[in-house]
Design a protein around this ligand. Structure first.
Ligand code: NAD
Ligand code: MG
Length: 398
């Protein structure tokens, strides 16, 4: 029996993970579930999945959690606070850790799971964008394994040779010569084909209405700005040790081809399937075996044409900002990520227009040139500085 800690259990990835686990009760159990502030949702999940430990990130809510679990007759232990989540990620309670917290808030627990040698199923792309080399070094030192859940990276993971040195030092040479290029597919989001004029007054609900995927609101906005693809470019660079020049991005509105690997001989291997994260999650839990995920068959004749086009980098400027941050190196990707988290939160709360997201990120990157990444503590300081800078710029923009 493999015990799985689901960090961010009340979210979209968390829910899909628990759905897959529940289909395989003889092989997997959810041993730790965590949530940010939604006590009732966490209690509901505990009622169904009976974890050993339930953790709420906001310490003020622990007594409410304990009371409601007791009232529901659920014997799970309780804990609270970010440090408790980090401790659980490296504890004996879990063999597998699903990093599905959104944003930089997931960095410490992701690193802890890596250091402890867990099988780390990484959805929390912000962690690897912020701290790629540190995270990969932690995976190496811990002796565990990182399997990406992000659908594009999971697709590439499936299409690469099995002995590909995943999670290696990203400063290593350009990767084995057998691979020429990685191609990340992007849906284009809800505003594909729109002009800047049309984007001026779009609302958070419009931005979160993704055509193919049901996801949390932060990643949905990132998909609408194409920052998501920019973050994924950085993620792919770190995970697969490929330079930015060898990672292409193509818009594929149907979201059925999840990404591709081009080999030196001209072969392109792609992974296809319905847009449902349970495929990636089941594959990563069972790897190197396969198991059912609850995802149905893709009827190719019914879906008809598969379309591909270049992204519109003039309108969706976040893609080039992320590419520039990757090329600048050092902690520029962490600065980009922090600025984006603040800008997206401001957009979602109605204080920043949609097009302002790229402007804020650009201004923060211009104010804070990249510095070498020394350690996690310094990274947190830079993250905090970038957030403060972004908040100031947002305030002036309003
Ligand atoms: P979500 O908003 O649905 O869920 C986020 C989870 O994190 C929730 O359980 C929430 O309680 C928890 N959380 C939020 N802030 C927290 C904090 N400060 N401390 C502790 N816990 C906190 O998000 P999601 O769509 O499930 O995405 C999760 C991560 O996976 C993101 O990094 C996202 O980019 C990535 N991802 C998601 C998808 C998808 O299909 N949803 C696909 C690829 C990658
Ligand atoms: Mg993705």
């Amino acid at each position: 029996m493999k015990r799985v800690a689901v960090l961010g259990a009340t979210g979209s990835i968390g829910g899909s993970t628990l759905d897959v686990i529940a289909r395989h009760p003889d092989e997997f159990c959810a041993s730790v579930l965590t949530a940010y502030r939604n006590v009732d949702a966490l209690v509901d999940l505990c009622r169904t999945h009976r974890p050993q430990l339930a953790i709420i990130a906001d310490p003020a809510l622990e007594s409410e959690l304990a009371r409601k679990l007791a009232a529901a007759g659920v014997p799970s232990g309780t804990a609270a606070g970010p440090a408790a989540i980090t401790a659980a990620a490296s504890s004996d309670l879990a063999d597998v850790v699903v990093a599905a917290i959104v944003g930089a808030a997931g960095l410490e627990s992701t690193l802890a799971a890596a250091r402890a040698g867990k099988r780390l199923l990484l959805a929390n792309k912000e962690a690897i964008v912020m701290a790629g080399p540190l995270l990969l070094a932690a995976v190496k030192a811990g002796g565990g394994m990182l399997i990406p859940l992000d659908s594009e990276h999971n697709a590439i993971f499936q299409c690469l040779p099995q002995d590909w040195p995943l999670a290696q030092d990203s400063n290593a040479p350009d990767g084995p010569r057998a691979v020429r290029r990685l191609i990340l597919t992007a849906s284009g989001g809800p505003f594909r084909g729109w002009t800047r004029e049309q984007l001026q007054a779009v609302t958070p609900d419009q931005a979160c209405a993704h055509p193919n995927w049901r996801m949390g609101r932060k990643i949905s906005v990132d998909s609408a700005t194409l920052m998501n693809k920019g973050l994924e470019l950085i993620e792919a660079h770190h995970l697969f040790g490929m330079p930015a020049d060898a990672i292409d991005i193509v818009v594929h509105p149907q979201s059925l081809v999840h990404s591709l690997v081009e080999y030196a001989d001209g072969s392109l291997l792609a992974q296809l399937g319905l847009p449902d994260m349970r495929t990636a999650i089941a594959g990563a839990l069972a790897w190197p075996a396969r198991m059912t995920s609850g995802v149905g068959s893709l009827d190719l004749a019914a879906c008809g044409t598969l379309g591909f086009e270049a992204p519109d980098r003039q309108v969706f400027r976040c893609l080039d900002l992320a590419t520039a941050a990757l090329r600048a190196g050092g902690d520029s990707p962490a600065i980009l990520n922090a600025a984006n988290e603040i800008a997206v939160a401001a957009f979602l709360s109605g204080t920043l227009p949609f097009l302002g997201i790229a402007d804020v990120v650009e201004s923060v990157l211009a104010e804070l040139p990249g510095q070498a990444v020394v350690d996690v503590a310094t990274l947190h300081e830079r993250d905090a500085t970038a957030r403060a800078t972004a908040r100031r710029i947002v305030q002036h923009a309003c």
